[in-house]
Write a protein that binds this ligand. Structure first.
Ligand SMILES: [Zn+2]
Length: 348
């Protein structure tokens, strides 16, 4: 089923959005803006704002970082209605989803060892080919694969990308985005230790939590075709609306990082910045109020609530959900261009 035929969540349904940080680092400026935009969207349309902690990277996730994220959100006044849900407590959901995909033929067992994969990757690199999984185990007879798996042979689960064609979605900010399926690898859903990968857990959670609109950073655009294909294969829910927000860039036009002096949200508190000013600053990164004067956005939550958010940015415009026109990338309708950031701006 192509995305054009796939039903979108009905605009009449109250939106359910999520902020889903990984506790592998602090809540930084980019994450805080994503959280704020989701929160504004939920509050404006009387929807539900869900907090989900994506802590499946056991080696890098820490409870200290979880605490820091929660504190940062509380300091900013970004309150959540559901959660926090922790992905490490939801692995049964992901394994069940993988089972369904195997049963329907949308996924298959892969018995390739790490050494096999590394050897093939090195060979591809030496021959100047992209390091893409070649589909070796996709050719196995499913009954034989199941027998091997049942006999205890370690196996990952891979998604079978459709052969030929393309996968596209209508992004509420970037317009139509399309990827050739030939460029997408048969990606892993469950590792051989049966731990879920990012794409599987995100889509299984978004379906389970009935997420209607996914507002996140534009660095996720390349993940989206895989997730659209997973939605379609699981076919349990309408495709959500995707709205990818341009990344916050440093003055040198590279992604904002520690190099630019960007630190945790709490570091700004420690410097004496008040949360109202910080929220105001975040809101104006990628969004322009109808009257572009600093006073028009105000500095309190009440003022935010009175602003006709729907007037400006397509991701905050509920009827924008159905917008299907093709639009050149990086020209958000009515939004400011990808923003630059410096401490001078914040301190002014
Ligand atoms: Zn394999």
């Amino acid at each position: 089923m192509s995305p054009a035929q796939f039903p979108l969540a009905s605009p009449s349904v109250r939106p359910r959005v999520r902020f889903a940080p990984s506790p592998t680092g602090y809540l930084h400026v980019g994450g805080a803006r994503t959280a704020l935009f989701n929160w504004l969207f939920a509050r404006h349309f009387e929807g539900t704002f869900i907090l989900r902690i994506e802590d499946t990277d056991l080696e890098r996730s820490t409870t200290e970082m979880v605490e820091g994220i929660l504190q940062g959100m509380q300091w900013l006044g970004i309150s959540w209605d559901e959660g926090p849900y922790y992905q490490t407590q939801r692995t049964d959901l992901y394994r069940t989803a993988a089972e369904r995909l195997i049963q329907s033929g949308a996924a298959y067992y892969c018995f390739c060892t790490r050494e096999d994969l590394e050897r093939r990757r090195a060979k591809a690199a030496a021959e100047g080919r992209p390091p893409k999984y070649e589909g070796t185990c996709r050719k196995l007879d499913p009954a034989e694969a199941l027998r091997r798996k049942s006999a205890g042979e370690p196996a990952a689960v891979r998604f079978a990308i459709p052969e030929g064609g393309s996968t596209s979605f209508n992004d509420a900010v970037f317009g139509k985005v399309e990827f050739a399926n030939a460029e997408i690898e048969d990606f892993v859903l469950l590792r051989s230790d049966s731990s879920p990968t990012y794409h599987l857990s995100v889509v299984a959670d978004d379906i389970d939590l009935k997420i209607t609109d996914i507002i996140r950073g534009a660095d996720h655009i390349s993940n989206t075709p895989k997730q659209v294909l997973l939605y379609q294969a699981l076919a349990l829910a309408p495709l959500p609306v995707f709205a990818h927000v341009p990344l916050i860039l440093g003055p040198d036009k590279t992604r904002l990082s520690k190099r630019h002096g960007a630190t945790s949200v709490m570091a700004y508190r420690d410097e004496g910045i008040v949360p109202e000013a910080f929220r105001n600053f975040l809101a104006l990164l990628g969004w322009t109020p109808p009257e572009a004067t600093p006073d028009s956005i105000g500095s309190t939550l009440n003022t935010f609530a009175r602003i006709p958010l729907s007037a400006c940015c397509p991701l905050l415009r509920r009827n924008g959900r159905k917008r299907a026109s093709s639009r050149p990338a990086a020209t958000p309708n009515g939004c400011s261009q990808p923003s630059t950031f410096s401490n001078l701006v914040l301190e002014a």
